[in-house]
Design a protein around this ligand. Structure first.
Ligand code: NAD
Length: 264
């Protein structure tokens, strides 16, 4: 199937390199005919993102650090000038101090709690509000979350709390923007080896555990997350908003490890 996104223009935020979940999403969207713009955080990522953007025929590549609101404004000003309107936004941005992605959640500092919440949660609300101004004929927004929002995952700590707030903001934003036919959803992805994922202590152990214990007996690829994103950003999901959709090889339905694992 091709052409599901033909005639649609969207912004992709959160590509760091070709392992990023945002890149998996962007490449699937491009295959379906979407026209894309990209943001990057800082010059070092910019040097990686530009050639990737070129691969999918995109010439709009803009700097954006969500801690600096003027750069967020500049992105939407540029899109208004170059495109005039927008059909979708992908927000795949998360950050927390890696010194606090280990040990106890209880030891989270006030400073890192606030920073994690602003970058990993509030930035979606801030981006969403600006995006709606360009979504004159409806639209679809997507953010990325993880099951550490609803269950205690070792070392995920303050990121889990930020993802819980992010998922709640998906529902509130869906309520706010529904009357404008703008839909807001999240994908809860299973663990993927990325730069952000590597910041979590023992990430490799968690990934291997999910690989062995998920119903599909594997972890997911960024292309599989991209496939689900195409559904949520295209008209195929026109009746779906405020949802958190799991793309995790089924891991979230399990109550305990496989019996073979327990006996080992
Ligand atoms: P990644 O490192 O490839 O992407 C994270 C992105 O966040 C980077 O592009 C980085 O530049 C951006 N970012 C961080 N701080 C920023 C800031 N201040 N301003 C602008 N951008 C900023 O890692 P990823 O795993 O692809 O992460 C994308 C999203 O997916 C994150 O929200 C992450 O929490 C989520 N997620 C990841 C996994 C996983 O296992 N990797 C699982 C579920 C959800």
């Amino acid at each position: 199937m091709t052409g599901l996104m033909s005639g649609k223009r969207g912004l992709i935020m959160g590509v760091a390199n070709d392992h990023s979940i945002a890149w998996g999403i962007a490449s699937q969207l491009a295959k379906q005919g979407a026209e894309l713009a990209f943001t990057y955080q800082g010059d070092a990522f910019g040097r990686r993102v530009r050639p990737l953007a070129e691969k999918v025929g995109s010439s709009i590549v803009l700097p954006c650090d969500v801690e600096d609101v003027s750069t967020v404004d500049a992105v939407f000003d540029a899109l208004k000038e170059q495109w005039g309107s927008l059909d979708f936004v992908v927000h795949a941005i998360g950050f927390s101090d890696k010194n606090e992605l280990k040990g106890r959640y209880a030891d989270t500092t006030r400073e890192n709690f606030s920073r994690t919440m602003v970058i990993s949660c509030f930035s979606f609300t801030e981006v969403a509000r600006r995006a709606t101004e360009l979504m004159t004929s409806g639209g679809s927004m997507l953010t990325l979350t993880y099951a550490g929002s609803i269950r205690v995952m070792p070392n995920y700590n303050v990121m889990g709390v930020a993802k819980a707030a992010l998922e709640s903001s998906v529902r509130y934003l869906a309520g706010d923007f529904g009357p404008q036919n703008i839909r807001v959803n999240a994908i809860s992805a299973g663990p993927v080896r990325t730069l952000a994922g590597a910041g979590i202590a023992d990430a490799r152990l968690m990934l291997n555990f999910q690989h062995r214990n998920a119903p599909l007996r594997r972890t997911v690829t960024i292309d599989e997350v991209g496939g689900a994103a195409v559904y949520l950003l295209s008209d195929l999901s026109s009746g779906v908003t405020g949802e958190v959709h799991f793309v995790d090889s089924g891991y979230s339905i399990m109550s305990m490890p496989r019996v073979e694992e327990l006996k080992a």
